[in-house]
Ligand binder design. Sequence first.
Ligand code: ACO
Length: 367
Amino acid sequence: MTEEINAGLEGVIVGATELSNVEGEIGRLTYRGESIETLVQRDFAAVLNWLMTGEWLDADQCGELDRWLADESELNAVESRVLEQLPRDTHPMAALQALAPIVDLVPTGQAPAWLDEQWVPGMVLAARINAAVRVWHNLSQRGEVFAVPAGLGFQEKLLYGINGSAPGAQALQAINTTQILQLDHSFNAGTFAGRVIASTGASLSASVAGSLGALSGPLHGGADEAAVTMAREIGSPEKADGWVRDALANKVKIMGMGHREYKRLDPRAAILKPMARQFCEGTEWQTLMETLVAVEDTCQDVFSAKGKEIHANLEFYKGAVYLALGIPERYFTSLFACSRVFGWISHFHEFNREPRLIRPRALYTGR
Ligand code: ACO
């Protein structure tokens, strides 16, 4: 009997989910049936609650959830000490992966009374991960942690913490959009890694730590940092065409281009491209943005000449928005994790409603 191997599990259905739907052939992404184009017009707290629970909050509840998450976005003394002990050049994703399994999941404040308590530990973990990104950024970039004023919203606190000043309305709208776009994406590698870990009966924290590791790789979430590194290396839009043609001729992957599922433009990239243009125009990031556009144009030329469909993915233009918000590229993937962690937690709960050990087979080819 010939054994077929599908190393990348392309097209293999390994489970069901109600959380998000990636319709790659038509370039559509929905969370519980709602398209991302409409979801980005809402508040992050409302959308994360929709994703996790399937319920819409009213404006008061939304504000209450946002404030509670912001208040929980602090580290206790032990968690802070773990970060303080790390070498300062530790990558933020490695710092998060080190911290996640030992985070205290007991809230320090009163969770909203209407929130089902099954969600509390996960939301606390997500809030602590947001805090860890802010604290690690401050420790590794500045050597000390900025004091953040009380009363800020969840995303506002994160941006304030990174920049040391209050973000304007436009910046808040932009972070709201980018973070909504990254909440969930079906059985991507990071989420699937988390579901595999959950399938062994391991804890929520263990599952999230594994997802963080998977997200960090340059073929997955790490492509956000890699795309900007590439644009910096190219240097200017005029040099992009030659650089890309050389790279492709040498089988070098263009970071932020291509996707396993999307055969059309990634709908998240369609939202982020005009936003990145608007944010970078007239700033120090304009050349970088124009370089990205030129890279995309050449990729389209080369691939369409071969009859292939390869487009920009979420990661390609997101970095330009993040840079304009004051977030250095080393922190891009950890900002991604700040949002996707809510998706991982949703999948952990969904998986555990009908758990089954995930254990595939290998074709033995050894002696
Ligand atoms: N640059 C150059 N060539 C590419 C790229 C790219 N970015 N993407 C796909 N291709 C080519 C491959 O070389 C391959 O060509 P071949 O058939 O001549 O060998 C063909 O297109 C198919 O590509 P695969 O890598 O086999 O397709 P897969 O489904 O595994 O790819 C992936 C998906 C890994 C995302 C790929 O497109 C890639 O490496 N992109 C760059 C990294 C990246 O941006 N990752 C972020 C994805 S989004 C996210 O995870 C949040």
